[in-house]
Write a protein that binds this ligand. Structure first.
Ligand SMILES: Cc1cc2nc3c(=O)[nH]c(=O)nc-3n(C[C@H](O)[C@H](O)[C@H](O)COP(=O)(O)O)c2cc1C
Length: 428
């Protein structure tokens, strides 16, 4: 019997023993609703298919499309699918908890919501729904700087779990970037993430073909497309046209959407250099994470300059399709860094089993981007909570099946990983 069945069978009061997602249903009704959702949408890919049908085409294509021919997205999935974990039996009687500690804070599971720029394009109000769901479930939420809520609001909604991601605002000696860092600290964000894997703007053919223009403009074609999706339109009515509100203090008042996009293009761009990372290291005293590390030498260099964590990611296959998959480079990065940095994995996660695979290959936790957007497109504001539940319960079931009493024990499993890069592959 799984956790949901246990809850539903009790009637009236809900037991706290059923699962440890940090997001226990408060009533039988809630438990039944959760069970119904799990029956209808048991996997992230089911949510993706429903999102594809319900969302405006441009909104789906923006979130779901990758660089080139989606090659890296498919390879991310295939590489994760190819990782085999060998179970040991006789130790675990029932699904263990998925609790973990990251940067000294405890979370209900080693699963996080990755930073997403302009998620409101996919689903207006996305950031608010992500922040609430992450706080309720006690899992990390990395709010992107290019978001429809600012870091102060993010911290109000998700005080216990908020991380903050920054792109490079380089003008005037990083005046905006450093001020955002200060604001993130004052607001109480727990971790600062500097994204380093977007040195240039690349194109995504599916996004282009859907009619999205850069800078973003709600053209007549997009408006007509949006009208096909009542749920998207309702969320737009509730949350307004998405703007990057963390930047409000720096943008001249009352300027148009197009002018605001032009302002950001002028102020932000490129990727942080090592010298710049050192500067942010000086300014930000809390845990600092670099996002976009695929080479062990970059990992070494980051650790040498005092970086605490590394996001091993190929940006979900959205930058260029020739990158290696992050699951395949993870073992070499783990071999190079040992226990000197927290390793955060993303790119391709679609299940709790994928989270288990990433941790068995060397990560401390795994984040997901696209699947959380699929969850919103499919189920609206109930989506993120449902997906967190699916991932957490699937991870707990994986722990039990593999004979692990805790998330940490995944590190000791025997793993067959056909595509893994070895440390020596990076020589020269
Ligand atoms: C629509 C979209 C926008 C994204 N925007 C950002 C961003 O602003 N900053 C960032 O560091 N990563 C961004 N990412 C990358 C995610 O943080 C994450 O690395 C990626 O989605 C993980 O792969 P997955 O989508 O297969 O889970 C974005 C991803 C998507 C899908």
């Amino acid at each position: 019997m799984n956790a949901v069945n246990k809850i539903a069978g009790q009637g009236g009061k809900v037991s706290q023993q059923a699962g440890t997602t940090g997001m226990q249903p408060q009533s039988t009704r809630e438990a039944e609703e959760r069970l119904a959702l799990t029956r209808a949408f048991p996997t992230a890919m089911d949510l993706r298919e429903r999102a594809r049908r319900l969302m405006p085409n441009f909104a789906f294509e923006y979130m779901d499309g990758g660089a080139g021919n989606d090659t890296n997205i498919k390879r991310n999935w295939a590489a994760l699918d190819g990782v085999e974990l060998v179970p040991r039996y006789g130790k675990v009687a029932e699904p263990p908890p998925a609790e973990c500690t990251l940067f000294g804070r405890s979370y209900s599971a080693p699963i996080g919501i990755a930073p997403i720029g302009g998620p409101g394009t996919s689903f207006p109000g996305a950031e608010t729904y992500f922040a609430k769901a992450a706080q309720a479930a006690r899992i990390p939420y990395a709010l992107g700087v290019l978001s429809g809520i600012d870091v102060e609001r993010g911290a109000e909604l998700a005080p216990d779990v908020l991380w903050f991601q920054l792109y490079r605002f380089f003008r005037n000696e990083h005046k905006i970037g450093l001020d955002l860092t200060r604001r993130a600290k004052d607001a109480g964000a727990h971790v600062l993430i500097l994204t380093i894997d977007t040195p240039v703007r690349t194109t995504r053919p599916r996004e282009t073909k859907s009619g999205i223009v850069n800078p973003f403009k709600l053209t007549m074609r997009l408006r007509l497309d949006a009208l096909t999706s009542p749920r998207w339109m309702m969320s737009l009515a509730r949350n307004g046209i998405p703007r990057f509100v963390s930047l409000n203090p720096y943008v001249p008042a009352n300027i148009s959407l197009a002018d605001s996009a032009n302002f950001i293009r002028r102020e932000q761009g490129g990727a942080f250099t090592w010298e710049e990372i050192a500067r942010y290291r000086d300014h930000w005293k809390g845990p600092l994470v670099l996002k976009g590390v695929l080479h062990p030498s970059d990992a070494e260099r980051a650790i040498a300059m005092g970086v605490d964590g590394l996001f091993v990611t190929n940006h979900g296959g959205r930058q260029i399709e020739a990158l290696p998959t992050s699951i395949d480079t993870l073992p070499a990065i783990k071999a190079a860094t040992g226990n000197r940095a927290t390793l955060i994995f993303d790119s391709g996660v679609r299940s709790g089993v994928d989270v288990a695979r990433a941790i068995a290959c060397g990560a401390d936790c795994a984040f997901a981007g696209k699947s959380f957007l699929w969850s919103l497109g499919a189920l609206g504001e109930k989506g993120p909570g449902h997906l967190i539940h699916l991932y957490t319960e699937d991870l707990r079931a994986s722990l039990g099946q593999l004979g692990c009493l805790s998330v940490d024990e995944l590190h000791g499993l025997t793993v067959r990983h056909p595509g893994a890069w070895r440390l020596q592959d990076f020589a020269g």
